[in-house]
Design a protein around this ligand. Structure first.
Ligand code: SF4
Length: 277
């Protein structure tokens, strides 16, 4: 075990059941993670295709419970048909539903996109606003969507985007103790990292979650953050029986097999020999 791994193990032990307070040491660790991610993914960016804040807003609404790849396929046609907020607002709902159908939950998504775009037309001159308060007031727009739009389309670090990957990795890396509450996780990350890190940190963590620190079997052995990661909640695979036995100095066949394999007669004979002595 290297010195770094020892430190990571000590951190994992110390963090068990403890809140992640924004101490100087915790902030240093979070920065180490941010720097490591920057080295691994210097060019990480939003995987959704868009050419305007409106397109990004629509794409993020569509991405709920759907892959970015599928959204990018659907938006190719969608963005050709509807170019302005008014186009979405005035489109027949059934037509919009059919275009986005393959992203799932299409009825809800179509309703939200249309409601959102009507508000853009009525209250914002057809433009996407650039404040968190105005964005989260729109149909279908929560903190995550608002943070993506503000950070990615406007370059405004309004918060840290917390999706399923950021949730999982923040826990494994010991940057939060909250298992699933996205707002609390965002609060923890924002307290540990300076605002200038927030936008890229989210993109890079999402990339890492897709490529290496995947949900079921994180590839810790190939991970560029392994030396500084406490791997909280990562279940270690138990070694195969032979290896376990070899380590404990017992053969994999064990004592029971030795007993079984000893012929009864011979056992008696041996017992007899012994008694005769
Ligand atoms: S893959 Fe393993 S070492 Fe890397 S960040 Fe995930 S849990 Fe940590």
């Amino acid at each position: 075990m290297t010195a770094c791994s020892r430190i990571a193990a000590m951190i994992a032990f110390a963090l068990r059941g403890q809140p992640v307070a924004a101490t100087a040491a915790a902030k240093r660790r979070a920065l180490d993670v941010a720097e490591g991610l920057a080295r691994l993914y210097p060019d990480a960016e939003c995987a959704l295709r868009y050419s305007s804040p409106l397109e990004l807003l629509v794409a993020v609404i569509l991405s709920a419970q759907c892959t970015d790849e599928r959204v990018n396929i659907v938006t190719r046609d969608l963005f050709r048909r509807y170019r302005t907020a008014a186009d979405y607002a005035n489109a027949p709902l059934e037509e919009l539903e059919q275009v986005i159908r393959s992203t799932g939950f299409y009825r809800n998504k179509a309703k939200n996109i249309q409601g959102c775009c009507r508000a853009l037309v009525e209250k914002h001159g057809g433009q996407v606003p650039n404040t968190l308060a105005e964005l989260v007031a729109l149909d279908g727009v929560g903190r995550k969507t608002a943070n993506v739009v503000l950070g990615t389309a406007f370059g405004i670090p309004s918060g840290v985007v917390v999706d399923t990957h950021v949730t999982r990795l923040s826990n494994r890396l010991g940057l939060t103790k909250h298992k699933s509450d996205a707002v609390k996780i965002e609060h923890d990350l924002a307290a540990l990292l300076p605002p200038e890190e927030w936008i890229n940190f989210s993109h890079r963590l999402i990339w890492h979650g897709r490529r290496v620190c995947v949900a079921r079997k994180p590839r810790c052995e190939a991970c560029g953050l392994a030396e500084i990661c406490p791997k909280i909640g990562v279940v270690k695979k138990s070694p195969p029986p032979k290896v376990a036995a070899a380590k404990s100095g017992v053969t994999s066949y064990g004592a029971a097999k030795t007993k079984k394999s000893m012929p009864k007669k011979k056992s008696k004979a041996l017992a007899g020999k012994g008694s005769r002595r």
